[in-house]
Design a protein around this ligand. Structure first.
Ligand SMILES: *[C@@H]1O[C@H](CO)[C@@H](O)[C@H](O)[C@H]1NC(C)=O
Ligand SMILES: *[C@@H]1O[C@H](CO)[C@@H](O)[C@H](O)[C@H]1NC(C)=O
Ligand SMILES: *[C@@H]1O[C@H](CO)[C@@H](O)[C@H](O)[C@H]1NC(C)=O
Ligand SMILES: *[C@@H]1O[C@H](CO)[C@@H](O)[C@H](O)[C@H]1NC(C)=O
Ligand SMILES: *[C@@H]1O[C@H](CO)[C@@H](O)[C@H](O)[C@H]1NC(C)=O
Ligand SMILES: *[C@@H]1O[C@H](CO)[C@@H](O)[C@H](O)[C@H]1NC(C)=O
Ligand SMILES: *[C@@H]1O[C@H](CO)[C@@H](O)[C@H](O)[C@H]1NC(C)=O
Ligand SMILES: *[C@@H]1O[C@H](CO)[C@@H](O)[C@H](O)[C@H]1NC(C)=O
Ligand SMILES: *[C@@H]1O[C@H](CO)[C@@H](O)[C@H](O)[C@H]1NC(C)=O
Ligand SMILES: *[C@@H]1O[C@H](CO)[C@@H](O)[C@H](O)[C@H]1NC(C)=O
Ligand SMILES: *[C@@H]1O[C@H](CO)[C@@H](O)[C@H](O)[C@H]1NC(C)=O
Ligand SMILES: *[C@@H]1O[C@H](CO)[C@@H](O)[C@H](O)[C@H]1NC(C)=O
Length: 675
């Protein structure tokens, strides 16, 4: 240090520059600062040399008018690597200190508190500073802005910060700060912005924040805050942004906070554990642009008064337990662009006003209990089925949605009664084995594995006649259009007559759906063939070539249940109550066998009226079981035969009542609707 000092003095003498003794000191300090910078990839500090350039002209250095003191040091974003030299404390009139966006590594030296009290801004964000925030920083009583964001700081927030009474903006986000938010921060009377987001803060939001009358923006998101939202926050009458999202906050939304009409940017309370109703006071927020209350446990109805939030552009209420109607006033909000009410219990029609709104861009109604007819006009014209999924009662013109005409077919009034008759056995059959299977999955796998050994015997089983591709072509008139009797998700169904006069249905799997040929396909099919039951359609045989896969089934003279339920679409025979009960019973038995007793334990995954066929005695037979599983197996080129075969967990998911329900219960739900 001594020799360094000498050098400076010598140079000073040599160049005879007019430089005040104070500035000589500051130059020494700056050079000492530079000596702690180990990497300067942009050569920013090259000018910091003693050979002639005046200190006040060094990169990032700014002096006062008299050019005798350094008042600002701004070295932001220069990728400097090194540590923050304590020598900065010797810059007696400093600057603002801006060292943001570097690779400054290490702890913030406690001596930072010895920086000039003239210092009004400290920018140390986006460095690699670790350790805790030294409480001595509170000596900088003239500081108005402190930015320590995006470092690796840990420890607690020093309550002493409150001694910096002139602070206006405090950014401590994206660190690893823990502990509670000091209530004393509320003593910083000028505080306008407090960003403590993305830390590990715990405890509750201090009640004392009510005193922050100048507070405009409060960011506390992505912490582990718990407790409730203090109603006293409602006294922060200048608040523009309140973001408490992604915490563990519980309780209700206080009406005082909901009534903060000052909020003109956004309110984000999403991803917490809030419950209770949406407060009516929300309607006072007539300037707010975005309200996000998603992923909570909010209940009750959506108040039509929300239509008073006329500046609203974004409203997210998804992932709650809201029920009742979606108010038409929401559709009348003049600037609303994004509306997400997905995953609630909303019911009734989607209001016409939404379809008619010219502003909507993103809409999500999925996973509710909405019903009625959806057009593909107006705001809905750009939507896909994704926006409507999981609403059994919706029909309309969106691609992938059931057609309303079919729904409108006059269904018998007794179906609702049947619902209970049908649902009860179904629930028992599904739910019980489901629990059972979860528990005994291990044993089951072994059991199924044992079955595998029988395969050779199975292939030799001559009960399944061999039918060649040519025979199928002959039987169906070359898969002619006139023998086409149905099309579905997996392909087309043709009727045909074999040479021995057996009437057959040939289900040709779409080659797109089957994809790559999988070794598991054949084996799965053979296993499927062994699922035999009075109420399961018998697979006569399977025809499999690399580019052609078909199931040969007996032709059912009475067609599908769908044809009977929707007379306009098939046979015109109405079904009486006895027949319906009997059909339901058949279906339940067939499915129960698949789930419970069959050696294969197939899960249907696609139970719907079109998959329930009726033979000449009107006995119902479940068709198409296991096909979903086959296609999946075929698609999964990585999986070995065994993994496909043994992956009973997939089946478990598919087999849940919740999944089966849409297909079958849809029918009943619609009946209710048109009742
Ligand atoms: C001092 O800085 C100037 C300007 O960047 C440069 O031209 C000169 O080579 C530097 N001198 C030394 C000794 O680094
Ligand atoms: C800084 O450099 C400019 C020219 O680049 C010069 O006019 C000015 O006098 C220098 N300031 C000092 C204090 O040397
Ligand atoms: C510093 O100089 C500028 C002009 O260069 C002048 O406008 C300003 O008032 C001066 N400030 C002080 C404190 O003298
Ligand atoms: C600040 O300057 C004084 C002399 O003015 C010196 O004794 C002290 O070591 C310096 N502080 C640092 C941290 O360099
Ligand atoms: C704070 O700054 C003002 C002017 O900026 C100055 O007059 C005052 O002395 C400073 N306070 C302290 C404690 O240094
Ligand atoms: C503070 O730092 C954060 C994170 O780098 C940055 O986004 C923000 O703009 C900074 N604020 C100010 C006023 O410097
Ligand atoms: C958070 O800080 C890390 C560095 O600690 C940085 O890489 C990241 O981009 C920051 N994230 C945000 C959202 O600012
Ligand atoms: C902060 O991190 C350092 C390591 O960087 C560790 O030694 C210290 O225990 C941590 N302190 C707290 C309070 O977590
Ligand atoms: C905050 O201010 C109040 C008076 O307004 C005072 O009683 C209290 O001690 C202060 N808290 C701290 C931590 O300085
Ligand atoms: C609300 O917060 C969540 C999580 O913190 C975030 O994903 C979402 O984008 C925010 N919403 C708005 C409108 O800013
Ligand atoms: C609404 O919030 C949920 C959960 O917080 C999120 O997944 C979804 O993307 C949000 N919707 C929109 C339109 O931003
Ligand atoms: C949601 O609230 C209900 C009561 O309203 C409660 O039973 C349930 O446990 C809550 N769920 C969560 C995830 O907090």
């Amino acid at each position: 240090m001594f020799s360094f000092l000498c050098l400076i003095i010598i140079l000073f003498v040599v160049y005879g520059e007019e430089i005040s003794p104070q500035l000589v000191k500051e130059r020494i300090s700056l050079l000492s600062f530079k000596s702690d910078v180990v990497l300067d990839p942009e050569g920013a500090l090259e000018s910091w040399n003693s050979s002639g350039i005046h200190v006040c002209n060094w990169t990032g250095v700014k002096c006062n008018n008299a050019s005798d003191r350094v008042v600002q040091l701004d070295l932001s974003g220069l990728s400097l690597r090194g540590r923050i030299s304590p020598v900065l404390a010797n810059l007696s009139s400093l600057l603002e200190l801006e060292l943001a966006g570097n690779n400054l590594l290490g702890e913030i030296p406690p001596i930072i508190g010895d920086l000039s009290t003239n210092c009004v801004q400290i920018h140390l964000e986006e460095n690699i500073l670790y350790g805790s925030i030294p409480s001595s920083i509170s000596n900088l009583v003239n500081l108005t802005l402190l930015n320590l964001s995006s470092n690796l700081l840990n420890g607690t927030i020093p309550p002493e910060l409150c001694r910096m009474g002139k602070l206006e903006r405090v950014y401590l986000s994206n660190n690893s700060l823990s502990g509670e938010i000091p209530a004393a921060l509320a003593n910083i009377s000028h505080l306008g912005l407090l960003d403590l987001s993305k830390n590990k803060l715990t405890g509750s939001i201090p009640d004392s924040f009510a005193y922050l009358s100048q507070l405009r923006r409060l960011f506390l998101y992505e912490n582990q805050l718990s407790g409730t939202i203090p109603p006293s926050l409602g006294q922060c009458v200048n608040l523009e942004i309140l973001d408490l999202s992604s915490n563990d906050i519980s309780g209700t939304i206080p009406s005082e906070v909901a009534g903060l009409r000052s909020l003109k940017l956004y309110l984000n309370l999403s991803r917490n554990h809030l419950h209770g109703p949406l407060p009516l006071e929300l309607s006072k927020m007539d300037m707010v642009l975005a309200i996000d209350l998603s992923s909570n446990n909010l209940s009750g109805t959506i108040p039509p008064q929300l239509g008073s939030c006329i500046a609203l552009e974004y409203l997210n209420l998804s992932g709650n337990v809201l029920e009742g109607l979606l108010p038409a006033t929401i559709g009348q909000l003049p600037y609303l662009k994004e509306l997400d009410v997905s995953s609630n219990q909303l019911s009734g029609n989607i209001p016409q006003s939404i379809e008619e709104s010219p502003t909507f861009k993103h809409l999500n109604f999925s996973f509710n209990k909405f019903s009625g007819n959806i057009s593909n006009k107006g705001a809905f014209s750009s939507l896909t089925i994704d926006s409507f999924r999981g609403n059994d009662g919706l029909c309309g013109e969106i691609k992938g949605m059931p057609n309303c005409q079919r729904r409108n077919a006059h269904l018998s009034f007794i179906l609702p009664v049947l619902l209970s008759l049908f649902a009860t056995p179904l629930l028992c059959m599904f739910a019980y084995p489901l629990v059972l299977r979860l528990r005994f999955r291990r044993q089951m796998v072994i059991l199924n594995g044992g079955d595998l050994g029988d395969e050779d015997k199975e292939t030799k089983d001559l009960k399944h006649p061999r039918i060649s591709y040519r025979e199928l072509i002959e039987a169906t008139g070359g898969f002619s259009a006139s023998s086409l009797i149905g099309s579905g998700q997996f392909g087309h169904v043709y009727k045909g007559v074999l040479q021995d006069n057996t009437r057959i249905a040939v289900k040709v799997l779409d080659s797109k759906a089957t994809g790559e040929i999988s070794g598991s396909f054949k084996r799965e099919c053979q296993v499927l063939k062994r699922a035999k039951h009075r109420n399961l359609i018998k697979i006569i045989t399977i025809c499999s070539k690399p580019d052609f896969k078909a199931f040969v089934l007996p032709l059912m003279s009475n067609g599908s249940l769908e044809g009977h339920l929707y007379p306009s679409h098939g046979l015109n025979t109405g079904l009486d109550l006895i027949q319906l009960v009997s059909i339901c019973n058949d279906v339940a038995q067939g499915v129960a066998y698949l789930h419970h007793y069959s050696p294969v334990r197939v899960v249907h995954c696609d139970l719907k009226p079109s998959n329930i066929l009726l033979d000449e005695d009107m006995t119902a037979l479940v068709a198409d079981f296991g096909i979903a599983r086959l296609i999946k197996g075929a698609d999964d080129s990585n999986s070995t035969d065994d993994s496909v075969f043994l992956s009973s967990s997939d089946g478990l998911l598919c087999g849940s009542v919740g999944y089966i329900a849409p297909g079958m219960f849809l029918l009943f739900a619609t009946t209710w609707y048109y009742f």
